[in-house]
Design a protein around this ligand. Structure first.
Ligand SMILES: [Zn+2]
Length: 297
């Protein structure tokens, strides 16, 4: 407590905000967790689209504009994921540091869904742990730019987060390697796992496109059911923020059991199974491996 008030007196990075720490605002919960890891206690970390909230189609409220207005740093995913956050930043006259977490990442094209091809980029890069490490480096750079006095702390904490993520990436690879390649096929609600699939050698089939509001046609659903039967797919999952109705119907018609809920675009609440980025990855992989293998979980 004493140390914190001393810091505020010394750093003073934002005139008129002498009583409080600098504020960093992240657009959605996954960025918020990576931000907290680098910011530590030196900044106040806030999140706009919180746990279990669909950040593809978020509607900010006036209180959110207020939070951005008072911030020294804002962190967005970019790649078309959180366009509402760009509009929010623009509407507030924000003059601080803007971090785009996907900077420096080669983005994938969104896989075209039949009858629904709008040829955008796929924003879900965080599902590849090595790309989440690039997110951390970008956040680190932004916090240092916004608050040079705290640089040593940001660098130290970022290095610790990167070491944890590197170990996590190795764990994911070892877990997926336990599943024979031919069995590594997964059906989910929306197309959020292409980066995960490319990084770790898993094929994902989604009933909807990369956006959560794309409803598949009857023909797409029928094609997916045929595929589940033909390839004997046993790994069928709901997601925490996508509408489960289509997938439930699909699983029923294909005669397969839904294996649980993957965390795609948002963390769980603090008492849930995916309260942090690392917990999310471990939860997802912990469900995927037995389901792909066809073992009873
Ligand atoms: Zn998504």
């Amino acid at each position: 407590m004493h140390r914190r008030s001393l810091f505020a007196l010394v750093a003073l990075p934002f005139p008129g905000r002498a009583q409080s720490r600098p504020v960093a605002v992240a657009s959605f919960s996954i960025l918020g967790d990576l931000l907290r890891g680098v910011a530590g206690d030196a900044m106040e970390s806030r999140v706009i689209a919180g746990p279990d909230v669909d950040a593809h189609h978020f509607q900010p409220r006036p209180s959110h504009a207020e939070a951005v207005r008072g911030a020294g740093v804002v962190i967005r995913n970019g790649a078309g994921f959180d366009g509402w956050f760009n509009r929010l930043i623009g509407s507030t006259g924000f003059r601080g540091v803007t971090v785009t977490a996907t900077d420096g990442i080669t983005l994938r094209r969104a896989s075209p869904t039949p009858g629904h091809s709008h040829g955008g980029t796929d924003p879900h890069a965080w599902q590849d742990v090595r790309l989440a490490m690039q997110y951390v480096r970008n956040i680190e750079g932004g916090l240092v730019r916004a608050d040079a006095a705290g640089e040593a702390g940001y660098r130290t904490r970022a290095a610790a987060v990167l070491a944890r993520l590197e170990a996590l990436d190795g764990w994911v690879r070892a877990e997926i390697a336990r599943v024979p390649e031919a069995r590594r096929i997964v059906v989910t609600s929306h197309d959020a796992f292409a980066y995960f699939g490319a990084a770790y050698g898993v094929r994902f089939r989604a009933s909807a496109g990369v956006a959560t509001n794309a409803e598949p046609s009857a023909q797409q659903v029928a094609a997916l059911i045929r595929q589940i039967r033909a390839e004997n797919i046993t790994a069928v999952f709901l997601e925490n923020m996508a509408n489960p109705a289509t997938l439930r119907r699909l699983a029923e018609e294909a005669g397969v059991r839904i294996r649980g809920r993957l965390y795609a675009d948002a963390l769980s609440a603090a008492d849930g199974p995916a309260a942090t980025y690392e917990a999310m990855v471990r939860h997802n992989v912990g469900l995927l491996v037995p389901a792909m293998s066809g073992h009873d979980a």
